[in-house]
Design a protein around this ligand. Structure first.
Ligand code: FES
Length: 103
């Protein structure tokens, strides 16, 4: 069952950028890329660092701490020091608002 949760206005995030979203005791990273929204767990799988403080380059999010990289659309870890994939979540934009399926 889906559980769509409202995040923010789509326009609050620049294209190729990321924003932190905290909800129900968990933290997420919400991305905007090519006019689509994507979302993943907010913490790097290497150490618990907020990915929203990192850098988006194309479809890659680079962790601010040791420069580990993930594909932000799939969560795939792209090499050392990160070897555990990021969990991703379905995201959609409706009437200019981003929703995540956090079920
Ligand atoms: S904490 Fe993210 S790469 Fe080390």
């Amino acid at each position: 069952m889906s559980c769509w949760t409202e995040v923010c206005e789509f326009d609050e995030i620049d294209d190729e950028d990321v924003m932190r979203f905290d909800h129900a005791g968990k933290t997420y990273a919400v991305y905007r890329l090519n006019n689509q929204a994507y979302a993943s767990d907010g913490l790097c799988t290497h150490e618990k660092v907020h990915l929203a403080d990192g850098l988006v380059m194309g479809n890659v999010i680079e962790c601010p701490k040791h420069n580990g990289r993930f594909n932000l659309t799939t969560g795939k870890a792209l090499g050392a020091p990160v070897c555990v994939n990021l969990k991703t979540y379905p995201a959609k934009v409706e009437d200019g608002v981003i929703f995540l399926d956090l079920a």
